[in-house]
Design a protein around this ligand. Sequence first.
Ligand code: NDP
Length: 480
Amino acid sequence: MTMTTMIAPVENASVQEIERKFQKAREAFEMWRVYPLAERIRRIQLFWKELFRRKEELIQILHKETGKPMAEIQTMEIVGSQLILKYFLRNASRILRDQPAVAPWLFFNKKAYVRYIPRGVIGIITPWNFPFIIPLGDSLPALIAGNAVILKPSEWTAQTALFVERVFTSSGLFPEGLFQVLSGDGRVGEQVVEKSDMIVFTGSTQSGKKVAVKAAEQLKPFVLELGGKHPMIVLNDAPLRRTVQAAVWGGLANCGQLCVGVERIFVEKEIAQPFVEMIRKEMKLLRQNLSGEETDLGRFIFPGQMEVVQKHLEDAREKGAEVTGGEVVDEQNFLMKPAVVFPAKPEMLVMQEETFGPVLPIMAVSSAEEALYLSNSNPLGLAASIWTRDRSYAERLAYNLEAGLISINDLLSHYVICSLPFGGFKQSGFSRRHGEEGLRQFCQTQSVLIHDWPAQAGEIWWFPYQKWKTRLVSFLNRLS
Ligand code: NDP
């Protein structure tokens, strides 16, 4: 395989194109929303089959666009997406069917239920680190729920999304314009926020705040899936071999460009030195090249990211840490050696801001409580993990960890276990994707109340008010 990089942003969609695509999406929505749910599910399944038939083309585009190792494309992007889709295909009819509601006894002669009505055009805005699984993982449930989708992928990784759009459109299974891609940068993203009926935004906390303000001005629902600063808490009795392997994979997979990736390690001081040595040894075994095959580490996807990471490493050096690795191997192709920062200190950028690169900052702590305090001192709260053989202690400790995604002796898998709601505490996000709530949020909840009998008589709590009627209502209520 050739060493190819395709690092150029796409051009912005014009105002006319944006208008036209939203108009089409609205028309498609009106057609799609009346399809029975079972039929929507069937068609999505057929589309997936077609996409899968063209898997090799998809993999090539993904590799060109991101430089990820093939193993990561296969397991994280492809298998991960399959797991998400399977969950929604298998559970959508249960989750979205009308739910009977139990009415109080006073209303014994009525029927009540809840139903889920699609919202309209869902605007999905996604980052560059996972150009397939994130856009697909949000678009497919939105479509199953009966909506149309306008997807605005990162300007740096739009080719994958455009390929999916082509397969979707040419499948002939859907009303024209049901799923469309709008290419461009944040300015196009702003238009998508402006024109959609609901926004699902995945990206940095900084951009997420802007999206929230804009959506709030129009009182439209939004989901924010933002940055993370995963603290890995390693206690003295941790299963060391597994913990070391997990730290290296959890911090360096996808070249460290993972919202749930390990960004800080707090290790109890008694085992800190051997732990760091084992990490350094493990990292030396990693292979790195751009071919995609026989490699463990790829390149930075977004060109500017390497600069951010280098700045964090420089800051750590200046503040007294030893940095092993971190050398730029190939500036043009954005290849950098993975780095260990030890001893890391709370005031370093690598411990405060999202580094989003192949860097493991390690800090020795004197107790689990200190690790907990330091973990929670960051404004981000997406993923966190605890490593110990004492499971019940870890579960108690986790209750006080300010993070939406907790792992004990494990990490990074919540996203593809789709029954688990996925999202963060504090500035890592707002609302959740996946799980039952993740599907239902693509609908408006409609509560329906139907009077059964007697057909002609009014209710005793209606006009005219009379004392005996009021007493009767209270009496009947006490009976229940
Ligand atoms: P950005 O916030 O820069 O961009 C995300 C998307 O939003 C891009 O498509 C971008 O367009 C667009 N955008 C930027 N500004 C606006 C705006 N004002 N209005 C609407 N859209 C806008 O994030 P990155 O692409 O740099 O992605 C990395 C970040 O994503 C990290 O912080 C990472 O943690 C987070 N992330 C979170 C996940 C989660 O599930 N919580 C999962 C994956 C990543 P463009 O880039 O084309 O200019």
